[in-house]
Design a protein around this ligand. Structure first.
Ligand SMILES: Cc1cc2nc3c(=O)[nH]c(=O)nc-3n(C[C@H](O)[C@H](O)[C@H](O)COP(=O)(O)O)c2cc1C
Length: 403
């Protein structure tokens, strides 16, 4: 999901975290979103309209009755303009007003008129946040379909540790993307494998590969934003992801296989993007192999379980199985063969020798292959590839339903 040309309206309130919103505005502008700001009167005690006006490259809206600029009724014209309203930081005061229908300033009036997605980002002292009245107000907003981002726990500006911290701006961006994304995977549960596996020779040495896990994580994040419930079984990688994606960490191919076996039937769509080692050392040495033992050492390998094949052979009518194929020649023919041999619904094929494709880079060059369709793409970011894959899957599901 790109935020390019999306219209984001931000309401800033009088909380100490107001200064952090300046960075959010910068991030949104970098993503080429259009940003307009409403500031409450008390917000202007924390940061100046000049700062947010300069950062947002738009005039700032401060007062319901300020009409010198046009004949517009601001709370209505801003509502018409915006795709989403973000209230950050949301004070206990504004949350109370929202929950009780009070419309006594421009932000609270706009809130009542706003009929598109709203994200409220509370930030306050932990005693205030945990106060039963504030909690009841938050619950009321949630029940009415308003999205409320949980604050972080940590050291607060007032010097105490607790829950109430303004979350990372990146987390807010992800939520905005999620709320603006089409929800064509709503109600689907998706299992994705990602990353490399490690096949141990002894307790400290292993055979692995260059997979970074970026493709699998991009898929998980895209699916989550499009409304799916996502479980990610990941080999050892160095990537953080959203709290709402369930992650199961594994190391070896056998562990990954066991987890897939356990969870396969709870999911509608199974995507195998992990670079699973085909072989593992036959004899695992319980203690570290010493230097003098290496001279005559021969490593005998045995086959690992074929997870994609297992999933294809045991899939139910209502399940979709997607495999990845890393090829170095005859990409389409080899992948088509794989599609039939593994009884998969879709193969995502790439030529890992091409520059900008495959392991450990942020881009990929893929061809999507099902039994009745082949789609080729030029170099795209892994996020864009994830989006194309889910477009393909949604289209495939529609065609499957019509058959
Ligand atoms: C230094 C200072 C910091 C404050 N920080 C917060 C805060 O982080 N969260 C909050 O809910 N209220 C905070 N308040 C209280 C609000 O400013 C106060 O409730 C105000 O009426 C909110 O107005 P508004 O919601 O119209 O912006 C703070 C007040 C002061 C003086």
């Amino acid at each position: 999901m790109s935020l390019k040309n999306k219209n984001v309206l931000i309401g800033i309130c009088g909380g100490i975290a107001a200064y952090k919103v300046c960075e959010l505005i910068r991030l949104l502008r970098k993503l080429e979103a259009n940003v307009k700001i409403i500031m409450t009167q008390n917000a202007q005690k924390f940061i100046t309209p000049l700062t947010v006006q300069t950062l947002s490259q738009n005039r700032v809206y401060l007062d319901t009755f300020e009409s010198e600029y046009s004949y517009d009724i601001e709370h209505i014209s801003l509502t018409n303009w915006a795709d989403i309203l973000i209230v950050a930081p949301a004070t206990a005061n504004i949350i109370g007003k929202f929950a009780n229908g009070i419309a006594d300033d421009l932000l609270s009036t706009t809130f009542l008129a706003f009929n598109k997605p709203i994200l409220v980002v509370p930030a306050m002292n932990s005693n205030m946040f945990e106060n039963r009245i504030v909690q009841a107000n938050i619950q009321k907003l949630k029940q009415m379909g308003i999205n409320v981002l949980e604050p972080d726990a940590g050291l607060l500006a007032c010097g105490v540790y607790g829950k109430g911290r303004y979350p990372e701006n990146q987390k807010i961006i992800i939520e905005i993307e999620r709320l603006l994304e089409k929800k064509d995977l709503e109600g689907k549960s998706i299992l994705i494998t990602a990353g490399p596996t490690r096949e141990y020779l002894d307790p400290v040495r292993f055979i692995s590969n260059r997979s970074s896990g970026k493709m699998g994580f991009a898929l998980a994040e895209e699916a989550y934003k499009r409304g799916a419930k996502v479980t990610l079984i990941s080999g050892p990688v160095n990537i953080q992801t959203y709290a709402d994606i369930k992650i199961i960490n594994v190391e070896t191919a056998s562990q990954m296989y066991d987890e897939v076996k356990k969870m396969k039937d709870e999911h509608d769509i199974l995507i195998f993007s992990a670079a699973v080692a085909d072989f593992r050392p036959k004899n695992f040495k319980e203690s570290k192999i010493k230097k003098d033992q290496w001279q005559n050492l021969h490593i005998e390998l045995e086959k690992n379980p074929d997870i994609l094949k297992y999933a294809g052979e045991t899939k139910k009518d209502w399940q979709i199985v997607v495999g990845f194929s890393a090829e170095t020649e005859n990409v389409v023919e080899n992948s088509q063969k794989k599609l039939y041999e593994k009884n998969a619904d879709l193969i995502v094929a790439n030529n890992v020798l091409q520059e900008g494709a495959g392991f450990d880079v942020d881009t990929n060059i893929v061809t999507l292959i099902s039994k009745d369709k082949i789609l080729e793409f030029s170099k795209l970011t892994k996020r864009e590839v994830a989006s194309k894959i889910f477009d393909f899957i949604v289209d495939y599901l529609c065609r499957k339903e019509q058959r």
